[in-house]
Design a protein around this ligand. Structure first.
Ligand code: NAD
Length: 455
């Protein structure tokens, strides 16, 4: 069974459909935008723009499987609004069975807000393919990716100045490289040499055009934001106990850098199980067990010998200082927010949209400080921006040399500044960090929308 199923849900599909009804991501984001709009007293036309999307696209792509059969997969892409007409839309590309247009609308809106909060002039986008990549061979996955590029290209959706995908759940640097190569093949005769900017999160190496630090950026950035937040709230990070949901790109890198920074990671979960060690998990050793171990075909923390196996409910109710959801959206909802509120002080949103609005209210009643996704996990988009700026030769003083230390330092600098802006604004408005982050972000985009509106 691929998921932990809450009581009363007989199948993963039943759970997903219940999640979709109760936790419609797009309405969450719209409510949050409207809260910020009220604080900023925005005009109706701007509220309408912010609460709607510019483009939604869906297509069934056909792929010949290794056994000769033909299979169809749903491919989707959504663009939120952007006042920056000379810059692309930007956002993750997800390969996961639950991918659909409605879910991607909320993520695209959040992506805009994340970019604006960090001072990056991109519009948000999000999309993917409804597929479980683990069920396909590498060859089949490559064909799915090429069919997606072909379909997006037909509609003129992709391009270094139109829409620039990046890795997300189920995709990685290899998938980004396939996109870049196939896009270049399709467009060679029509565009110049800046094809590399069609995706970010590409591999590093000669002619591969990725930037060092992109793979670890989101996890590393989470630690930087957490450090700053703990400074602001006067809490010592040494020995601070952390539990992490998800041991993929974001969760695993976060856990690794958190331990290096002095935090104690006491529990980690993934879709197959969870582990707990009160004395702290040796994340490097766990990494080897998960990623450098040919016998661990599921790439799971399950069965790791130096920690106890626990179930999902035990993991969620485990006491810690900081809970880092770094897996899927809507994992903190009205059903478990009280338990989480009783057992942790901070929620650091590594995933996009892990907390529903009802859960937000419950956590606030428990005085839990939620560090919102658009701030917490923005490290990835910052380094994506550096990569794209190198690829398309954009000049911006914030963009460092393509050297890993310089990249991570420049990214940390931008995250620290944004964290300070959000915490100060929260104090000034006497509100929580999510509302403050939305206010700072929308306030930054507002003059650009107004200039475009009046033009
Ligand atoms: P990934 O595919 O590399 O890892 C996902 C992890 O979540 C895996 O360990 C998987 O086992 C686990 N998981 C899935 N379902 C689970 C469940 N029900 N319970 C517990 N664990 C579960 O994906 P990723 O790139 O690490 O992305 C994770 C989240 O972070 C997503 O919400 C994504 O949108 C967000 N994000 C990613 C980036 C990035 O740079 N990759 C940037 C910003 C935000």
């Amino acid at each position: 069974m691929p998921y932990y199923l809450p009581a009363g849900m007989a199948t993963a599909r039943q759970w997903e459909s219940a999640m979709a009804q109760e936790n419609n991501d797009v309405y969450h984001i719209i409510d949050r935008i409207k809260d910020a709009a009220n604080i900023l007293d925005l005009d109706d036309w701007l509220v309408h723009k912010l609460c709607s999307v510019k483009m939604e696209w869906a297509s069934d792509i056909e792929v010949r499987m290794d056994d000769g059969s033909l299979r169809e997969f749903r491919a989707v892409r959504v663009w939120h609004r952007s006042p920056h007409t000379d810059k692309p839309h930007k956002g993750g590309l997800r390969y996961h069975p639950a991918v659909n247009v409605e879910m991607m609308k909320g993520h695209a809106m959040e992506m805009s807000l994340k970019c604006w909060l960090l001072g990056i002039k991109w519009g948000g986008a999000k999309g993917g393919v409804a597929v479980n990549p683990r069920e396909l061979s590498a060859q089949e996955l490559k064909k799915v990716t090429e069919a997606l590029v072909e379909a997006m290209n037909e509609r003129n959706i992709l391009g270094p100045f139109r829409d620039v995908p990046a890795p997300d759940i189920g995709t990685n640097a290899t998938v980004m490289n396939w996109i870049r190569q196939y896009y270049a093949r399709l467009r060679r005769s029509r565009e110049d040499a800046r094809f590399a900017g069609v995706v970010t999160g590409k591999p590093i190496g000669e002619d591969l055009d990725g930037i060092p630090g992109r793979t670890e950026a989101t996890g590393y950035g989470l630690v930087q934001v957490l450090n700053k937040i703990l400074d602001v709230y006067g809490k010592d990070r040494n020995g601070c106990e952390v539990k992490v949901m998800g041991f993929g790109n974001v969760g695993a890198h976060f856990a690794k850098f958190a331990v290096e920074a002095g935090y104690k990671v006491i529990a980690i979960s993934d879709e197959h199980g969870a582990i707990h060690s009160p004395s702290g998990i040796d994340v490097d050793k766990l990494w080897q067990y998960v990623y450098d171990n040919p016998n661990n075909t599921l790439r799971s923390v399950n069965g790791y010998a130096d920690a106890s196996g626990i179930n999902h409910e035990e993991f969620m109710s485990l006491k810690c200082n900081v809970f880092v959801p770094a897996a899927l959206e809507n994992v903190i909802d009205k059903n478990n927010a009280d338990v989480i509120g009783d057992n942790c002080e901070f929620v650091l949103e590594g995933a996009n949209g892990p907390t529903t609005n009802r859960a937000d209210d419950i956590l606030e009643r428990h005085n839990v400080i939620v560090v919102p996704d658009i701030l917490a996990n923005a490290g990835g988009v910052v380094v994506s921006y550096f990569e794209w700026a190198h690829n398309v030769n954009i000049r911006d003083d914030r963009v460092p040399m393509a050297d890993k230390d310089a990249v991570l330092a420049a990214m940390s600098d931008m995250l620290h500044k944004a964290t300070t802006q959000v915490t100060s604004r929260a104090e000034q408005l006497d509100t929580n960090l999510r509302k403050a982050a939305y206010v700072v972000s929308i306030e930054r985009a507002k003059p650009h929308f107004e200039a475009k509106h009046l033009a």
